[in-house]
Write a protein that binds this ligand. Structure first.
Ligand SMILES: Nc1ncnc2c1ncn2[C@@H]1O[C@H](COP(=O)(O)OP(=O)(O)OP(=O)(O)O)[C@@H](O)[C@H]1O
Ligand SMILES: [Mg+2]
Length: 255
C-alpha cells in the first residue's frame, strides 16, 4: 500500500524519531529524511531538484535508487552523505538531527561512517592509488600500524593492487572507479553511498564490483546504490523510483 509514494512502514517509523538514539542494532532508522527540499540557485533560475522527499533507511538495508536523468538522485545522495544541506526539511542520522550540526561535526560523521563512490570517481590527481585510499583512513584517525594491511586488503578486493603506485591519470576509467570503491570501503563504513558505481565499467567488471558491494552489505553495511540497471536494482531489498525530485514509489522485495 502506498501513501504519497512511500510504503506505510516508512511512515510508522517516524514515531521512532521522538525516541533517543538507541545506536546501531536498535529499531532506529539509520537515515531519516522528512519533507526534504533542495534548490540549486543559479543567476538565471532556481532548480527545484528535490521536492518533498521523505524516507527511512534501516541499518543493514540495501536500497537501490532509480529514475530518469535529472530526477534528483545525485542530489539526494549528496544530502544523505551530508555533502549538501537541504534547503528545507529534516535530516536525521541514527536518530540525531543533523540540521544544526557544524561543518566540522558533519565532516567527522562522514569520515567515521560514510563511504562514498561517486559517478565521476573524485580521486586526487596528484596521489597514487595507495595514497588516495590511505587518505580515507587518515581522515578517520585510524591506528597507523593497521593502515598498510587494511589498504592492501581493500585494493585486493576490487582488483587494483597491481596499480598501487599509479596516479589516477595512468588508469583506465574502470580502474579509477575500482580505486574509488577501495577508498570508500577501506574504513569499513556503516553506510556506503554509491552513485552509479558501475556506470563506467564493462559488464564483466560491473558484475564484479557490484558483487563486492553486495558482499559488503551481507557483512552488515547499509548500502544505497543509484543505478540505471534494472538487473542491479532487482538485487536490492528495496527499490525507490524517483521522478521530478520526488520518490514516486517504493517497492520492497518479498522475502
Ligand atoms: N550545480 C547545479 N546547479 C544547478 N542545477 C543543478 C546542479 N546540479 C544539478 N542540477 C539540476 O538538478 C536536477 C537534479 O540533478 P541530479 O544531478 O540530482 O540528477 P540525477 O538524477 O543524478 O541525474 P543523472 O542520472 O543524469 O546523474 C537536474 O535538473 C539538474 O540539472
Ligand atoms: Mg546523478
Amino acid at each position: 500500500m502506498l501513501q504519497n509514494g512511500l510504503d506505510v512502514l516508512d511512515f510508522e517509523n517516524t514515531l521512532c524519531l521522538k525516541q533517543p538514539s538507541g545506536g546501531r542494532g536498535s529499531k532506529m532508522p539509520l537515515i531519516s529524511l522528512r519533507d526534504l527540499h533542495f534548490n540549486y540557485e543559479t543567476p538565471e533560475r532556481r532548480v527545484e531538484a528535490l521536492r518533498g522527499v521523505s524516507l527511512d533507511i534501516e541499518p543493514g538495508e540495501f536500497v537501490a535508487i532509480c529514475g530518469p536523468s535529472g530526477c534528483g538522485k545525485t542530489t539526494l545522495m549528496n544530502i544523505m552523505g551530508t555533502l549538501d544541506r537541504p534547503t528545507s526539511g529534516k535530516h536525521f542520522y541514527d536518530g540525531e538531527d543533523l540540521t544544526a550540526k557544524r561543518p566540522s561535526e558533519l565532516a567527522d560523521l562522514r569520515a567515521r561512517d560514510i563511504g562514498f563512490v561517486f559517478q565521476s570517481f573524485n580521486l586526487i590527481d596528484s596521489l597514487s592509488v595507495y595514497d588516495n585510499i590511505e587518505l580515507a583512513l587518515l581522515y578517520k584517525r585510524e591506528d597507523r600500524r593497521n593502515l598498510r594491511s587494511r589498504i592492501l586488503e581493500a585494493m585486493d578486493r576490487v582488483g587494483i593492487a597491481h596499480r598501487a603506485k599509479h596516479l589516477p591519470r595512468q588508469l583506465s576509467g574502470g580502474q579509477q572507479q575500482r580505486c574509488a570503491i577501495a577508498r570508500a570501503i577501506v574504513g569499513r563504513p556503516a553506510i556506503i553511498l554509491a552513485d552509479e558505481p558501475t556506470g563506467n565499467l564493462d559488464s564483466v567488471n560491473a558484475a564484479h564490483i557490484f558483487g563486492i558491494l553486495k558482499s559488503l552489505h551481507q557483512e552488515g553495511s547499509t548500502l544505497v546504490v543509484v543505478t540505471h540497471s534494472p538487473s542491479q536494482a532487482d538485487q536490492a531489498e528495496r527499490v525507490l523510483e524517483m521522478i521530478d525530485g520526488r520518490i514516486q514509489f517504493s517497492r520492497r522485495k518479498l522475502s
